[in-house]
Design a protein around this ligand. Structure first.
Ligand SMILES: Nc1ncnc2c1ncn2[C@@H]1O[C@H](COP(=O)(O)OP(=O)(O)OP(=O)(O)O)[C@@H](O)[C@H]1O
Ligand SMILES: [Mg+2]
Length: 274
């Protein structure tokens, strides 16, 4: 079964899109270097803001007939072919493919509300496409809306980025509970919480160190911690250039940390040494 990793947290601005794009690109490169026969990665952007789409394709003009919106609105029988036809190559790597978001996704939630089987409109066609990929990464919007539920139902692994701030970490157990509820309530037995990534960590800030230590000692959350990404302005510059952090500056502290995270995810989820 192809692993499907959803970067998710209902908090805004915690680094979901930064993590989804760099993890997807990192998986592609690391798997290629490992000589994996198939290193194609699919990045799915479920957020109507389309940040992951813009970063990886340089475009934000996807709409009714060439985006995830098109897939969600398609006849269910046709949805796998429609999905295949909407997937584009990223500008980052020929083996990194993107199912783009569209601002129309905002309306899709309303349009699909109450439609039978709506929560499975991403998972069902994706199950047909997934075997073509070594892994799939999903970027989600900052809320537990229907769109995010669709992303999580289609996923095997939820990875939760979190900033080391008091109110952000206080809400973490509710994120864990929400994901558990989706697994139980939406017949998604394959979904589990596989990782917690602390983002924008500044070791000069006492509160950041304190919260990271607390997380490490927490019986549930400490076990899930799989990466710490430093606050690093190279991330903003990479975004401005529509580049991955690895391409912008492979030696940037955030790039080094994202590479370590990718190695750790490969070991944890794909059971191979990186
Ligand atoms: N490690 C980092 N160091 C410095 N800035 C960062 C880092 N990671 C992300 N940022 C910045 O933080 C902002 C939010 O990042 P990002 O868009 O990835 O978060 P998000 O959780 O996807 O946001 P949203 O909830 O709006 O989708 C961006 O301006 C990004 O450039
Ligand atoms: Mg985002």
């Amino acid at each position: 079964m192809t692993r499907v990793l959803a970067l998710t947290n209902h908090k805004g601005g915690v680094g979901k899109s930064t993590s989804a794009t760099n993890v997807a690109f990192g998986l592609c490169g690391v798997m290629r270097r490992m000589g994996t026969p198939n290193n194609r990665i699919l990045l799915i952007d479920t957020d109507s803001q389309g940040h992951a789409t813009l970063l990886t394709t340089g475009r934000n003009d996807f709409g009714t007939d060439n985006s995830l919106y098109t897939v969600l609105m398609a006849d269910r029988q046709q949805a796998p072919q429609v999905m295949a036809s909407c997937i584009v190559q990223s500008a980052w790597d020929p083996d990194l493919h993107v199912l783009p978001a569209s601002p129309m996704l905002e309306g899709a939630e309303r349009e699909l509300m109450g439609v039978a089987g709506a929560p499975y409109r991403l998972a069902d066609p994706l199950s047909r496409i997934a075997p073509h990929y070594a892994a799939i990464v999903i970027d989600t919007r900052p809320s537990f809306s229907l769109m995010t539920e669709m992303g999580l139902i289609a996923s095997t692994d939820a990875i939760v980025p979190v900033e080391p701030r008091y109110l952000e970490t206080v809400g973490l157990m509710s994120v864990v509970d929400k994901i558990a509820n989706i697994r139980e309530g939406w017949r998604a037995p394959h979904l589990r919480i596989s990782g917690l990534v602390v983002t924008k960590m500044d070791t000069r800030v006492r509160g950041h160190n304190y919260l990271l230590d607390e997380l490490k000692q927490h019986p549930t959350l400490g076990r899930l911690l799989c990466g710490v990404i430093p606050a690093n302005e190279a991330v903003s510059y990479a975004h401005r250039n529509h580049q991955s952090i690895f391409a912008y500056d492979p030696h940037a502290p955030a790039g080094v940390a994202y590479l370590k995270l990718v190695g750790s995810l490969i070991q944890r989820l794909f059971k191979v040494g990186a």
